[in-house]
Design a protein around this ligand. Structure first.
Ligand code: ATP
Length: 455
């Protein structure tokens, strides 16, 4: 995959979240859920452009992690599972957040997010008011299976997507030709009653995760852990403009799960500070052992060659689709002087990787009241839309149409002008450099496909 060049300098100020929230609403990327009823905190809907971007992000992950890997397969598990799953996983007992509330401003804070001095002095970081005693909340969302009151069984909407992978581990081994070392991937919804949802898509109550669980022989754990840590880091690095805002942070001893020898967060720096994008975890034999113990089913694996029976150890890489969506927008957003506009005018541009951009190409006739230009432009658009997401627009001056497309990250704009009628070429304008080249109409599909698809 081509790496994104860095069009912005790293000194560029961080983009305020409000700019992204406003762009997302205005241009149809993301809407607040149930807005006409006042909204639901931490829940969002994706609009026409948002769903395209989201699908591209998902598909690219799947392509990189499953489709082009010999030793990885995918599954899609259900959101509902047997309630015992969440006892085995430890979520019923331990999936909790500790929360404090300020007596005066009523703001709530997660104890693990409070600066230590505020916690010690029980002092609110917002208005200095007194903080109440911490309270504990379980994040699992409860639901019920069955309709008859006495037969209803309490279960949970999955708090993390990866549990299905452990549950289906033996099914995959038996039904495919996968042999350890191998991985299972999944993209799917997860639900958490976050006590402090907020920062737009950053912390939601319904969100989507992508997971790889890679099963290895214990003796090979370290080498696979190092491999996936580096691979996932490079994967994110290839998608962003501000390369220096990505880092790997190793967990300190106090953050590590008791079974983990190491853990890393892939973090990205935004106006919210350095925050997790994806976790790379050393899960050892914890998950398969726990599910063996709680279900009574032996989830061990037998090596066909050596005949050794063992519980495979697991390297996990777990990231968020929505957080990726948000970080890519924050990374891509830029307001810059518009060299083609009147003095003092700015253009807003999303420098999204062309393969992820929701619309790949927009086609305009130079004059909307010229029938020949319109017919030719419409014909080109009809041809292109079968190959990629394309838009046709003739509702403004060309400069205005360019700006409209820049704002949603469309990498290429095609203009049909009078020369097109004579020599069957069009101008193709590049979003980032704003340079224009003439391309033969016949060659346009190949020219664009080469630049907007991954291979
Ligand atoms: P945090 O410490 O921020 O609560 P976590 O360590 O609990 O996150 P994981 O359980 O490891 O997160 O989830 C894996 C990934 O899922 C995270 O890296 C993040 O990208 C995404 N994610 C987790 N919680 C949320 C949420 N509430 N909203 C959106 N994405 C989330």
């Amino acid at each position: 995959m081509t790496q994104l060049e860095q069009p912005q300098t790293s000194e560029t100020a961080f983009v305020p979240l409000e700019k992204i929230v406003s762009l997302c609403k205005r241009r149809g990327f993301v809407y607040p859920n149930s807005e006409i009823y006042g909204g639901v905190s931490g829940v969002y809907d994706f609009g026409p452009l948002g769903v395209e971007l989201r699908n591209n992000i998902r598909r690219y992950w799947w392509w990189s992690m499953v489709q082009t890997q010999d030793n990885v397969v995918g599954i899609e598990g259900a959101i509902l599972t047997h309630p015992r799953v969440w006892e085995a996983s430890g979520h019923v007992e331990n999936f909790v957040d500790r929360l404090v509330e300020c007596k005066t401003c009523k703001k709530r804070f997660r104890v693990d997010h409070l600066p230590p001095e505020n916690l010690e002095q029980r002092k609110c970081p917002n208005d200095g008011g007194e903080l109440m005693e911490p309270r504990t909340f379980n994040l699992l969302m409860e639901t019920y299976l069955g309709v008859v009151e006495d037969d209803r069984v309490k279960t949970y909407l999955r708090g993390e997507a990866c549990q299905n992978i452990y549950l289906d581990f033996l099914n995959v081994v038996k039904s495919s030709r996968m042999k350890v070392p191998f991985g299972i991937c999944q993209i799917g919804k997860a639900f958490r009653n976050e006590v402090t949802p907020g920062n737009f898509l950053f912390r939601q109550r319904e969100f989507e995760q992508w997971d790889l669980q890679f099963f290895v022989h214990p003796s090979e754990m370290q080498q696979w852990f190092d491999y996936w840590k580096q691979r996932r880091f490079e994967w994110y690095r290839g998608l962003i403009n501000h390369k220096d805002r990505l880092r790997l942070r190793e967990h300190g001893p106090d953050e590590l799960a008791h079974y983990a020898r190491q853990a890393f967060d892939i973090e990205y720096q935004t106006i919210l500070g350095w925050q997790e994008w994806e976790g790379v975890h050393w899960r050892q034999d914890w998950d398969l052992s726990r599910h063996s113990q709680y279900s009574g089913e032996d989830l061990s694996y037998v090596d066909e060659v050596t005949k050794e029976r063992y519980i495979p150890w697991i390297v996990e890489t777990s990231g968020g689709v929505d957080r990726t969506f948000l970080y890519l927008l924050l990374d891509a957003y830029e307001e810059q002087p518009d060299p083609q506009g009147k003095s003092g005018e700015t253009r807003t541009v999303l420098h999204l990787h062309p393969m992820l951009a929701p619309v790949k190409v927009a086609v305009f006739p130079l004059k909307r009241n010229n029938e020949e230009l319109v017919t030719l432009a419409r014909g080109i658009y009809e041809r292109l839309r079968r190959l990629m997401v394309a838009q046709y627009d003739d509702t403004g001056s060309i400069g205005r149409l360019y700006r409209r497309q820049d704002e949603i990250g469309t990498p290429y704009c095609v203009t049909v002008d009078f020369q097109s009628l004579e020599d069957q070429t069009v101008t193709v304008r590049d979003r980032d450099t704003m340079t224009q080249v003439r391309v033969a109409i016949q060659e346009l599909p190949a020219y664009l496909l080469e630049r907007v698809t991954w291979q």
